[in-house]
Design a binder for this molecule. Sequence first.
Ligand code: CA2
Length: 146
Amino acid sequence: MSVNIAILNGPNLNLLGKREPEIYGSTSLNDIEKNLIDSISGKDITLDFFQSNKEYELVDKIQALINKEDQFIIINPAAFTHTSVAIRDALLATKIPFIEVHLSNIHAREEFRKTSYFADIAMGTISGLGANGYLLALNHFVSLSK
Ligand code: CA2
């Protein structure tokens, strides 16, 4: 089965590897994307990467995936994790199975980061495993598609 996996990243994740490596690691978003591409080599899987600092662009991107066959989403909503009813509603509307990924352990940080607008509607959440979290989420979808 051929599958499409959108990897969506929210605000400031374009700075990965350039700022605050003690929290978010030294791997850039580009490096993460390259690792994911390498990991699906030879498989019938299409990856679609998208990062935006703007909430409405993430909503538009999710809406554009409505009605696509064999579609999955890996999303790190970044700061929108803790605020965005709009992105939550877009994901609910598409009914596309998604995994929520966080580089840091959001439960081991400030109180406000412990609330996620996505955790209860996600297939699962990976938090605190750094860049490896994206790979683990991708592997999960790959295993489902076999
Ligand atoms: O741990 C995560 O992946 C977060 O989603 C990252 C968000 C944060 O607001 C969430 O609470 C947890 C922040 C992303 C900011 O990324 C930066 C990367 C490098 C330098 C500065 C910010």
